[in-house]
Structures are given as C-alpha cells and as structure tokens.
Design a protein around this ligand. Sequence first.
Ligand code: ARG
Length: 464
Amino acid sequence: MTDQFAKKGEAWSARFSEPVSDLVKRYTASVFFDNRMAQVDIQGSLAHAEMLAHQGIISAADYAEIQRGMAQIKGEIESGQFEWLLDLEDVHLNIEKRLTELVGDAGKRLHTGRSRNDQVATDIRLYMRGAVDDIIGLLRELRLALLDLAEQHADTILPGFTHMQVAQPITFGHHVLAYVEMFGRDAERMIDARKRINRLPLGAAALAGTTFPIDRLRVAKTLGFDDVCRNSLDAVSDRDFAIEFCAAAALVMTHISRMSEELVIWMSPRVGFIDIADRFCTGSSIMPQKKNPDVPELARGKTGRVNGHLIALLTLMKGQPLAYNKDNQEDKEPLFDTVDTLTDTLRIFADMARGISVKPEAMRAAALQGYATATDLADYLVKKGLPFRDAHEAVAHAVRTCVDKGCDLADLSLADLRAFSELIGEDVFAVLTLEGSVAARDHIGGTAPNQVRAAIAQLRKELN
Ligand code: ARG
C-alpha cells in the first residue's frame, strides 16, 4: 500500500482497473501551465501543515519533515532541476509526490483534511494577490511617468477634438491627465478586487469541509488572508474573483488601447504631434524610410485577447452546478495570460511614456486651423449680454465668412467682426487667441494651465 501511490504515480489508482489512456492523460493534465503556481502551492501546504501540527492532527516531527522536504523542493524548482511529470497531472500532485519521495510517511500525511479542490482555489488566490499587487505598482509607475509628461506640457496647446474634428484648444498636459484619471480608476478597481481575492478557501476540503479539528483562521493568518471563505461549497467552486480581475484588466487594456490609438495618430507624419523614441519602434523590411509605432499598435491588438479571456472565464462559470467541477481547471491559462499581458504592457507603457517627445509647433499649427476659438467668441458675446443661441448663430456666420475667405477668426478686422454683432469691441482679440481660450477655462477639471498644475500637485500628493 505504501508504494502504490509512488509506483503508479496516480493518487487514485487503486479504484481503477486500467490506466488512463495517454490521450486522456494529456487532455486532463495541467502541470505544464499550473506549475507557475508552484511557489504558492508550497507556501499553502506549509501553512496547512503548520496548522495540522498545531492542532495535534500530525506530529511536530512530521511537520519538521514536511518543512525539510519542501525546502529542498523549492530549491529544485528554483534551479530548474525539478522534474515535472505529466503522469502526475498537476502542480499539486507533482509536489506532493516528490515530498513523499523525500520524506516518506510525513509527506503522505500532508493532504490530511485537505483536497486539491480547496488547495487549487487557495493557490490561485495567492498567485493573483501577488499579481494584483504588481499591477497596482505598475499602474502607479505609469501614472507618475504621465504626470511628468503632463507637467512638461502644462502650457503646450493643441486642438481638442470631438468627432475627430477640431473642437476647442486644450493643453497637452490636460489631455495627458485624462489618462492619469483613467489609470487611477483602474488602480482603484484592482485594489477593490484584491479584497475579494484575499480570502482563504482551505478547510473547505473537497466541498463539505473536513472531519478533522482544523483551525482555518490560523491558516488564513499565516498566509496573510483577510478572512476565510465562509461557505465550503462556494469556496471550492466559484471563480468570480478571477472574473472580476479579468474585467478590471480588460478596462486597463481598454484605456491603454485608447491611448495607443492616439499615439499612433499623433505619430503619423500627417499629424506629427509627437515622436516616440526609437527603442519602442521598428522599421520595415522593405520600406527603408519607415518607423512604425509597433508598441502602441500591438497593445491595441492585445486588448482583444484580454477581452477574450474575460469572456472565456464568464462562459466557463455560467453552466457549473455546485460544487467543484473540472471545468475550473480551464480558468488558469486565460488568467495567466491576462496577468502576463497586463504586466508586460504596463511596464512598457510606463517606460515609453518617458520616451515620448512632443512637437509643440505642430500642435499649435493644428490648433490654429478649424476655428477652435469659435466657442470663445460666442461666450464673449454672451458676456456682453447676447443670449447664447443668438451668439451661436452670429459666430456661425463669422465662421462661414472665414471659410469663404480662407482665414481664421482672429484674422478678421474689428470692422469685419462687428458686421456679425455690434457688441464686439477691441477686447475680442484677447479672447480669440489660443492662450486666452485655454486660460479662460479656469475651474476644477478645466484645461487652463494653472488648473493642470494644481491637478498635478494634487495627484502627486495622492501617489506619494
Ligand atoms: N488541477 C485541478 C484544477 O486546476 C486541481 C483540482 C482537481 N480536483 C479534482 N478533484 N480533480 O482545478
């Protein structure tokens, strides 16, 4: 009996009259992707064993042996010597089998009062907690880099667009701060998701709990969980915390993708608002002149795969009856790829944000086209007493005249302008400048340079 487990390499062999077919083995195995949870699997096992010993369920000597074996396994995994076996299906059985090889019966006692069902749920949560903490840190890095960019360009003027048509002049700093806000909400969502990730499933065992006198709160404390999952069936089966994370990740990527789209447009020679440092771009194998913004384009593309992972997990969960079903093994690859994609993308963007050089002349030239100060002229007339709708109409006539003449509003003489409204005086020209236009939007959330600087100062305080 002692060696049956070791010989056949399968935890349930005695129940079966023939071995699993090779095809099925390959189909059901997860070891080659779930072994990325090896370190947290060991961490979880050690906390479980410590509790078993504390409760007198295993002896102190067994616990010491388990610790010794796990330390060696940890080293073998870190140095790449550990031999992962497909026959042993997943990361949990591979490590447990090796432990038993190393320490004998103590290794076989580790799984007392535990199932792979609560074990895997615990591992995923531990793994995700680390990943989410990294992502929160990276969002902060990205926001700090964007804050620096915004600060350098608190006064730089470019056209703001609606419908991709020139709308009103804005400051580039203000534009960049819009993304700092988006990534700030993304960080809030990650922090919030972390609360629900950080609860301990162990103790749920297969589904109903265990007959041993375990102390779940002790294990939770050892592993740094805020609480235990309060229902054993729920603990082993639901993956809503992973879905929630993927939803938050999809939003991060959506914001990255919007920013990417702008970077690509801005770097197009037709627009020429920015340049991106060469180390983030690539050339063409046929067109020698090309410098392509591959990183933002690829990030825009990768948003699709993260969205796909969210849908995969939602679909995975929707038909599952309580409690654990093998379907859940399929949660890992989408989840891991989401973590990898998000982590790499945020790291690159935080770096790339510092490799963006702005071309203020091109931005200014664009802001001078398209009658960006037309609203300012209408507001000016309103301040002189004209109802807004009438002011709107008067300025529409003025713009029409400019379109015919091929000039800007500021190029019209005072006499020309007065043809549209008697209320227009010499002071109108201050209003028609780009600087006057942005400076006038001087309230919380407005584009005025001093508002941008105030917002940056506030954000820096929050980030430090
Ligand atoms: N590899 C499995 C998973 O990822 C571990 C749990 C398997 N439990 C079971 N009873 N088959 O979900």
